[in-house]
Design a binder for this molecule. Structure first.
Ligand code: URA
Length: 431
């Protein structure tokens, strides 16, 4: 088999066999296929697409490129979630403790930020000492004992995805349905949970801009998961504005803690509750979604969910004083942005809000960048909010780096207009 023939086959819109897809992944991981050929192949996939069978074969080949976790030693049904990437998306930090508080086993492997979107690993590193690297045995023990653990993906899990991801990031081949679906599902299938909920984002801050594109991606991922024997849900949720208010690693941990104490923004609480409801019904903890929603919301006000976060931080050796005194996450200097006219918040350029945080140092601009975990942005308004001239729109948390550029980007990312349009949050649920 020759890679050049397979590039040509895909470039001309033909369907690849399982054997051909396995060859591409196996040989690339062994460095027998150079990056320039793989880049050409990825671009051909972007233009020609893949059918569901090919996407599934690609996900399976990527899963089998490394270690597949066996979580069967953990008693009960294991649940997991994954977001396709958002701005201010701190769902995992709230959802894990909430579902663990009602008895679910939340076994989550998380990734780092990508492009303008944040990553849970970077956020958890804002908690001093928090140990993200855990062996399979320790991961199993943590989930068994505490009901939750969030760890980094070790190097031996889906090495094909790691290599392909880095290549896609720099070859303009991220937002392709088969490439995203196989990347996400290879990791979900390798990390061993039984029940999975995918949070598929659409809108101005997501990789998929329309509901239809997000739905297309969700359908492919749900089918791949089902073929692998997983119980699947995909929720299509809006990224037309940041989720909650705060964007930036430590800032998002702060907002997650506030949410776990019952003081969270309603959009975040709604998304987390909905994802949690499907996970816990599928895990047979609750009989109905209604019952699940009610109980999950209760965990935010009776201290159970906050208690689970604390327990996880202690178990993973993080500095629990930061959880007890979350103001420790708010140490950067502040710069405020005010409205220059009255009206209603009509829209956000959400990707640009992510970019502003990135310019301050909250995200990477090159692979080598070291993050500033204290910086970011607090957007005080939501779509549809009434604004008076001089109202506080946003607070930038900074340590000088990138302040001027981030302020400019942010100023043009918030659109004040004359009409009051309601914001959509959850467009669809696919089961
Ligand atoms: N998240 C992933 O893990 N992979 C993608 O391709 C996109 C978002």
């Amino acid at each position: 088999m020759l890679m050049v023939d397979l590039i040509l086959k895909k470039r001309t819109g033909q369907v690849l066999t399982d054997q051909e897809i396995n060859f591409i992944i196996n040989e690339y991981v062994k460095s027998n296929i150079p990056d320039y050929q793989m880049s050409a192949f990825l671009m051909a996939v972007c233009f020609q697409g893949m059918n569901e069978h090919e996407s599934t074969a690609l996900a399976m080949a990527m899963r089998d490129s490394g270690k597949v976790y066996d979580l069967s030693k953990i008693k009960g049904i294991k649940v997991d979630k994954h977001s396709t990437g958002g701005v201010g998306d701190k769902v995992t930090l709230v959802l894990g403790p909430m579902v663990a508080a009602v008895g679910a086993k939340f076994a989550k492997m998380s990734g780092r930020g990508l492009g303008h979107t944040g990553g849970t690993l970077d956020k958890l590193e804002a908690i001093k000492g928090f140990q993200l690297e855990q062996s399979e045995e320790d991961f199993i023990e943590l989930v068994s004992k505490h009901g939750l653990a969030v760890i980094g993906q070790s190097d031996d899990v889906t090495p094909a995805d790691k290599l392909l991801y880095a290549l896609r990031d720099v070859t303009g081949t991220v937002d392709s349905v088969p490439l995203m679906a196989s990347s996400i599902m290879s990791k979900k299938l390798a990390s061993g949970s039984d029940v999975i909920c995918l949070d598929v984002k659409y809108g101005s801050g997501a990789f998929m801009h329309t509901v239809a594109d997000a739905e297309n991606l969700a359908n492919v991922m749900v089918k791949i998961g089902k073929l692998a024997g997983k119980k699947m849900t995909a929720m299509i949720t809006s990224m037309d504005e940041p989720l909650g208010h705060k964007i930036g690693n430590g800032l998002e941990v702060y907002e997650a803690i506030e949410t776990l104490k019952g003081n969270g923004p309603e959009d975040l609480v709604t998304v987390v509750t909905e994802i949690g409801a499907y996970l816990t019904v599928d895990a047979k903890i609750f009989k109905t979604l209604e019952e699940a929603r009610k109980e999950l919301r209760k965990t935010l006000t009776d201290g159970r969910a906050f208690g689970k976060l604390r327990e996880m931080v202690v178990a993973q050796k993080g500095d629990v004083s930061m959880i007890d005194h979350p103001e420790k996450f708010l140490t950067a200097k502040t710069h405020k942005i005010y409205a220059d006219k009255a009206g209603f918040i009509e829209s956000f350029k959400t990707t640009d809000i992510g970019t502003a945080a990135r310019l301050l140092g909250a995200g990477r601009l090159t692979k080598e960048d070291v993050l500033d975990l204290d910086v970011g942005v607090d957007i005080h308004k939501k779509i549809g909010d009434k604004v008076e001239k001089g109202d506080l729109l946003a607070t930038i948390y900074h340590n000088d780096k990138g302040l001027k550029q981030a302020t400019e980007v942010l100023n043009s990312a918030i659109k004040i207009g004359k009409t009051q349009k309601p914001a959509e949050l959850i467009a669809k649920v696919i089961r």
